[in-house]
Design a protein around this ligand. Structure first.
Ligand SMILES: Cc1cc2nc3c(=O)[nH]c(=O)nc-3n(C[C@H](O)[C@H](O)[C@H](O)COP(=O)(O)OP(=O)(O)OC[C@H]3O[C@@H](n4cnc5c(N)ncnc54)[C@H](O)[C@@H]3O)c2cc1C
Length: 367
């Protein structure tokens, strides 16, 4: 490892791999480093939902562009555009739905409100207790377990070096740039991009940066194969449920219910106290699910900062150090925001504004 790369990208998730592809296309020589395998983090274990209805209002333009990127990747990542319904079961939820979806529609998402009769036509197996619903024809999903395979293939095709099973434990700065170490192995690079998902805080601290990054521990479950009981993505007005049935009949159930653990301690664990209400809400929305067994539940880490907007830009006052992460709905938005990040590193003007990691972080509502 005597080569000095133009940039070392720490983190082989969607953010790191997407940025690497853009940077290479712009003429620089990147290396992608991961402590495990490419795509083993959140990018490979998430629920795969590409829903405009669960995106933050301010991030909608990024989500629309990200959705388009997934569509271009198509079958290789299991992309499906199925349409999606978000449901309200009482007046309070209907009010919430109306308020949130109106804002999202105004931000550019193709969302309409549909009456219970129309809902029944779209999804005949839903509970008959629906008070209000919204529909977005663009909603869909991809298969996150294909992320690693897909991006590894793209990196190989573009002759981008990848160094897996290299857990970065130290980063030093000298007059030539950065020395990134794992034990006695060292990788040298002129620039550095930290894209370490749930461990971004930990790795940024190696450069003396203290960022207010926290990690959520999202839970996802999958059922056994079942006859067709839903056609598209199904969500709930509170944002606490996402569901879709894959072509093989399995149903994937998520909604951001929190498991246990921290990224620093290793893999998280499911929490029965949150898993149960998640599955009960799914069954409340689609009663037929009571006949279908859950075969596996798992967790993954999703980083965020107090205002729930991304960190995407230069890291502190350091020369040639960048950070990309904490993107709410990062699976959907990742392939696009990583291109913008690549453009910044290449010295080009990004097509849309990035999110200054050195800003003041105020707590914000998750809308
Ligand atoms: C369970 C779950 C469900 C989700 N569902 C959805 C969804 O349905 N739709 C949606 O849009 N978004 C969803 N998300 C969010 C989305 O998955 C993430 O925002 C996105 O994958 C983050 O990508 P990333 O590249 O930043 O991080 P990651 O994919 O986590 O990649 C970071 C990489 O950094 C590596 N790394 C960390 N530390 C080191 C180190 N010291 N040295 C070397 N490598 C290191 C890790 O091994 C990892 O591969 C979900 C997230 C989770 C956890």
């Amino acid at each position: 490892m005597t080569n000095t790369y133009d940039i070392a990208i720490i983190g082989g998730g969607i953010m790191g791999c997407g940025a690497a592809l853009r940077i290479k296309e712009g003429g620089m020589d990147p290396v992608v480093i991961d402590q495990g395998d490419i795509g083993q983090g959140a990018s490979g274990v998430n629920a795969g939902t590409l829903s405009m209805q669960i995106k933050r209002v301010k991030l909608m333009p990024y989500a629309i562009k990200g959705h388009h990127e997934w569509q271009l990747m198509g079958e290789k990542v299991g992309f499906k555009k199925t349409g999606g319904l978000t449901l309200a079961f009482n007046d309070r939820e209907a009010e919430l739905l109306q308020e949130r979806m109106t804002m999202k529609r105004d931000a550019g998402a193709d969302i309409t409100f549909v009456n219970p009769k129309k809902v029944e036509e779209i999804e005949p197996h839903l509970a008959k207790k629906i008070v209000a619903a919204s529909f977005c024809p663009d909603d869909g999903y991809a298969n996150s377990s294909l992320s690693g395979q897909y991006y590894r293939g793209r990196l190989t095709d573009e002759n981008i070096d990848t160094i897996e099973r290299f857990q970065v434990s130290e980063i030093n700065i000298n007059s030539n740039g950065y020395e990134i170490s794992s034990g006695d192995q060292v990788i040298k690079a002129t620039r550095i991009l930290i894209a370490c998902g749930g461990l971004t805080k930990h790795v940024a601290a190696m450069l003396g940066e203290d960022l207010p990054i926290r990690a959520r521990i999202n839970t996802v479950s999958v059922t056994e194969r079942a006859p067709r009981i839903m056609n598209g993505v199904i969500g709930h007005a509170t944002g606490l449920l996402t569901m879709k049935q894959k072509d093989n009949g399995t149903v994937l159930i998520g909604g951001g219910w929190q498991g246990k653990g921290t990224p620093e301690e290793g893999r998280g664990a499911i929490n029965p106290e949150t898993l149960l209400p998640n599955l009960q809400l799914a069954q409340f929305a689609v009663p037929t699910l009571s006949k279908v067994r859950v075969v596996r539940s798992w967790t993954g880490f999703e980083a965020n900062v107090p205002d729930f907007y991304p960190l995407a830009g230069r890291l502190g006052e350091k020369d040639n150090a960048y950070i990309l992460g904490c993107v709410r709905g990062g699976y959907t938005i990742g392939p696009y925001i990583s291109k913008l990040m690549g453009d910044l590193i290449l010295g080009r003007e990004p097509e849309m504004p990035l999110f200054d990691p050195n800003r003041v972080f105020n707590e914000d509502k998750l809308i």
